[in-house]
Design a binder for this molecule. Structure first.
Ligand SMILES: *Cc1c(COP(=O)(O)O)cnc(C)c1O
Length: 396
C-alpha cells in the first residue's frame, strides 16, 4: 500500500485542490466593465435586471437583492417582524449567520437538531421547540438538498409561524418539482464566491408577498420610503425614514457579474450533479465512507458533498483523516461546527453539548470534499484516490 503523505509518502497531488471555487470567464469581465463605463455604479438598472432574472428562476413574484447572504437573512427577519421577546427556530447544523439574524433583530435563536440521514433540520425537533413566543422557523437546505417543505408548511400554518428558507446552498434545486425560492414565505440566497454563482459578495431574498417585498426594499436602503425617494429624484428634497434601516444595497457592478454568472447556472448544476454521482458511485466500494442520504423527492443542487466517516471501522478520528487528506493535496473542510457549541452562544444563550445530540455526533464524523464546476475529471479522480488511500491506511 502507498505510504500516506502525512507519514512522508508521495502526495496524490502536489498542489492543494480547494473545496470550492468561483469560475470567472471573459463574458463576466466584459459585463462588469460595461457597468463601469455606464452612469450607474450602485443599485440601478443592472440590479433590477438581475432581480427579475432571479425571480423568474425561482418562479416567484419578488426578488430583492442585498449586499450579502447575511444581510438577506437579516432583511427577512425584519420582514417577518421578528423582534424582542420572539423566538426563531434554526438548525444547529448551519453557518452562524442563520442564527445571528434573529439576534440582530433582538429575537432569540432556538436550536433544532437534524435528521440523522440527511443532516437537514428535523421537523419533529422543530415541533417540540414551538412555544407561544415562536415567530418563525428558518430551514437550511444544507449541502443543496431542499428540506421537506410540505411538512414544514403544514407545521408553520398550524402554529401561525413564518417559514424562511436559508437557501444559500440550494439555488437551482427542486422539491417535488418546485424550485427553491418559491417554497417558503421568504427565501434567502448568498453570492459569496464559494456559492453557486457570485457577485464577489451579495445576497437575495425571494417572496410571493407584496407587503414583504415593499418592506424589504426600504429596509436595505436605510428604511427610507422609496415613494418619497422617487419624489426626491423628481425634484423635491423631502424623504422619510420610517423605521431603523441599514445600508444593505447591492451594486450594479456586482449584479452585472452575478447576472452573467446566472446564465451559466444550468450547466454548472449539471456538472455539480455529475461530480456528486461519480463520488457516490466510487464510495460504494469504501465501507468506512458514507455519503449523506438524498431524498427521491428532490433535485439536489450539490453545493457541498459531505461524507460521514464510520469511525468504528477506522483507527483514527476525523481530525487525523482531515490532516491526512490535506497532506495528499485534497482541500477538505468541515461544514459545520454546530452553532450552539460556539463560545458566544454558550455564553449568551446558555447552550451546551447535549442540546442537539444527532448534530453533535455527526459533527465528529463529517468532511466536505472538493466540489465545484471547474474541477476536471482528473481532479475528481484525485479526490477518490486520496479518500480510498487514506481510509485504507487507517482501516481497523
Ligand atoms: C454562505 C451562507 C450564509 C451567509 O452568506 P454570506 O453571503 O457569506 O453573508 C448564510 N447561511 C448559509 C447556510 C450559508 O452557507
Amino acid at each position: 500500500m502507498d505510504q500516506l503523505a502525512l507519514h512522508g509518502g508521495t502526495p496524490v497531488r502536489s498542489e492543494i485542490l480547494p473545496y470550492g471555487r468561483q469560475w470567472i470567464d471573459e463574458e463576466d469581465i466584459q459585463a462588469v466593465i460595461e457597468v463601469l463605463r455606464s452612469d450607474w455604479l450602485t443599485t440601478g438598472p443592472s440590479v433590477a435586471r438581475f432581480e427579475e432574472a432571479f425571480a423568474s428562476l425561482c418562479q416567484t413574484p419578488h426578488a430583492i437583492a442585498v449586499s450579502s447572504g447575511t444581510a438577506a437573512l437579516h432583511t427577512a427577519m425584519f420582514a417577518a417582524g421578528a423582534g424582542e421577546g420572539d423566538e426563531v427556530i434554526v438548525p444547529t447544523m448551519t453557518f452562524a449567520a442563520t442564527a445571528n439574524c434573529a439576534l440582530y433583530q433582538g429575537a432569540s435563536p432556538v436550536f433544532a437538531d437534524v435528521d440523522p440521514a440527511t443532516l437537514l433540520i428535523d421537523p419533529d425537533s422543530v415541533e417540540n421547540l414551538i412555544t407561544n413566543r415562536t415567530r418563525a422557523v428558518i430551514t437550511v437546505d444544507y449541502t443543496g438538498h431542499p428540506c421537506d417543505y410540505d411538512r414544514f408548511r403544514s407545521i408553520c400554518d398550524q402554529h401561525d409561524l413564518i417559514l424562511i428558507d436559508d437557501a444559500s446552498h440550494s439555488v437551482g434545486a427542486l422539491y417535488r418539482g418546485r424550485p427553491t425560492g418559491s417554497l417558503a414565505d421568504l427565501s434567502t440566497f448568498s453570492f459569496h464566491p464559494v456559492k453557486h454563482i457570485t457577485g464577489g459578495e451579495g445576497g437575495m431574498i425571494t417572496t410571493d408577498r407584496d407587503d414583504y417585498a415593499e418592506a424589504m426594499k426600504k429596509f436595505r436602503n436605510h428604511n427610507i420610503d422609496s415613494v418619497f425617494q422617487q419624489r426626491a429624484r423628481e425634484g423635491t428634497w423631502y424623504y422619510e425614514v420610517v423605521d431603523l434601516g441599514f445600508n444593505y444595497r447591492f451594486t450594479d457592478i456586482q449584479s452585472a457579474l452575478a447576472s452573467s454568472q446566472l446564465t451559466r447556472l444550468p450547466a454548472w448544476l449539471k456538472r455539480r450533479r455529475e461530480i456528486a454521482e461519480t463520488y457516490t458511485e466510487a464510495f460504494r466500494e469504501l465501507d468506512a465512507v458514507h455519503p449523506l442520504t438524498v431524498s427521491p423527492e428532490v433535485e439536489h443542487a450539490w453545493h457541498l458533498f459531505v461524507i460521514r466517516l464510520d469511525l468504528d471501522r477506522l483507527t483514527v478520528d476525523r481530525g487525523e483523516v482531515f490532516r491526512a487528506l490535506r497532506a495528499e493535496g485534497i482541500g477538505v473542510n468541515v461544514h459545520y461546527i454546530p452553532v450552539h457549541l460556539h463560545p458566544y452562544y454558550r455564553e449568551r444563550l446558555g447552550t451546551a453539548p447535549g442540546l442537539c445530540p444527532i448534530a453533535e455526533e455527526a459533527y465528529e464524523r463529517i468532511l466536505s470534499l472538493p466540489l465545484y464546476p471547474k474541477m476536471s475529471d482528473r481532479d475528481i479522480e484525485d479526490v477518490v484516490t486520496a479518500v480510498a488511500k487514506v481510509t485504507a491506511a487507517f482501516r481497523r
